[in-house]
Write a protein that binds this ligand. Structure first.
Ligand code: S3P
Length: 167
């Protein structure tokens, strides 16, 4: 889908915040794959992990990613783990212009350390967990990305301006 923009990156990279504003300015309909899963199931992501495990969540995520990436004129903020599945990566790549919002594990940690809504962060060493996830997933984000945009220390407006100049 030519006009679509798809944001990928780890938890805390700013996919939802940036995505919402970018969608408004580019006149695209904003979707957040996690929110769509929550709306469809009527429960939060932590409850899905609790009842169905990560595997169950990934099944739901795959269905939603396939559905949303086939829609026209959308801006999609994907869940941080959506790139794990090859099928999702194919849908994401074919779905539009893919932007990887890139940040260090330390910056990501600062943004999400008080947020309890992410089951994968409920570990005894969440910073280390983020480092491990980043190491494992970075090649996958890079594989699907058309554009790479740093979102470390930058303010939202600076990131948005950076995206406009690169689009
Ligand atoms: C996950 C990221 C979350 C959510 C789920 C799993 C991940 O989305 O999909 O908790 O595997 O990185 P955000 O990246 O929007 O936080």
């Amino acid at each position: 889908m030519q006009n679509n923009i798809i944001l990928v990156g780890l938890m805390g990279a700013g996919k939802s915040t940036i995505g919402r504003q970018l969608a408004r300015r580019l006149n695209l309909t904003f979707y957040d794959s996690d929110k769509v899963i929550e709306e469809r199931t009527g429960v939060g992501i932590p409850t899905i992990f609790e009842i169905e495990g990560e595997a169950g969540f990934r099944e739901r995520e795959e269905q939603i990613i396939a559905e949303l990436t086939a829609m026209p004129n959308i801006l999609l903020a994907t869940g941080g783990g959506s790139v794990l599945r090859e099928t999702n990566r194919q849908h994401i790549k074919a779905g539009g212009c893919v932007i990887y919002l890139r940040a260090s594990a330390e910056h990501l940690f600062q943004r999400i350390k008080h947020d309890r809504s992410r089951p994968l962060m409920q570990t005894s060493h969440p910073l280390q967990t983020l480092r491990d996830l980043l190491k494992m997933r970075e090649p996958l984000y890079l594989e699907v990305a058309d554009l790479i945009v740093p979102t470390g220390k930058q303010k939202v407006n600076v990131i948005l301006r950076d995206i406009y100049t690169k689009l």
